[in-house]
Design a protein around this ligand. Sequence first.
Ligand code: SF4
Length: 211
Amino acid sequence: MIKTKQDRILNTFDAMFPDARCVLNHSNNLELLVAVMLSAQTTDEAVNKLTSHLFKKYQTVEDYANASLPELESDLHSIGLYRNKAKNIKAMAETLQTRYNGVVPASHKELITLPGVGRKTANVVMAEGFGYPAIAVDTHVERISKRLGFAKADDTVLTVEKKLMKTIPKNRWIKTHHQMIFFGRYHCKAMTPHCKECPLVDICKEKNKKL
Ligand code: SF4
């Protein structure tokens, strides 16, 4: 991507979503990790609704590790994939206890050793929890990257992440990641993007399909 085009996209993101941020409520890195694990194929609103009482009951790694699986499943049942998420969160907490002294590790390499924690979740925790520059490619980031030409339509999620890291200045990774999510959530929606009012319509690779 040529720099003028890239600058225009980033400036547009700044103008449209100057305050884009992580909207998953959390007050420490354990809560952040659990919230991100819960957010797979679930809206942030649904996760926040659940965690508003979940985080009162489960406050420590031990609380998750010592919970029985049926009880944790019951506490998570309001969101999708709750059985799998309960299993992973319990196993994640047990691994934190046995391998990391009960502390969420500040290392991407170590985070991805935790059950249920993939590259995207680890990137979010590194960025939000530890302030380490990272770009987590979720469904919004992938779609926007492809529509605006940061990546090709058939690129894998990992390739999209690598291309974004190569193109976008490192000091903007965290902000741009949030802005892409907001741009995808509120403007360039998957099925009903606002193409007629889009300030980037001349750059977009999918406008003809969407207008
Ligand atoms: Fe999204 Fe439409 Fe804008 Fe393209 S023109 S970036 S599809 S809103």
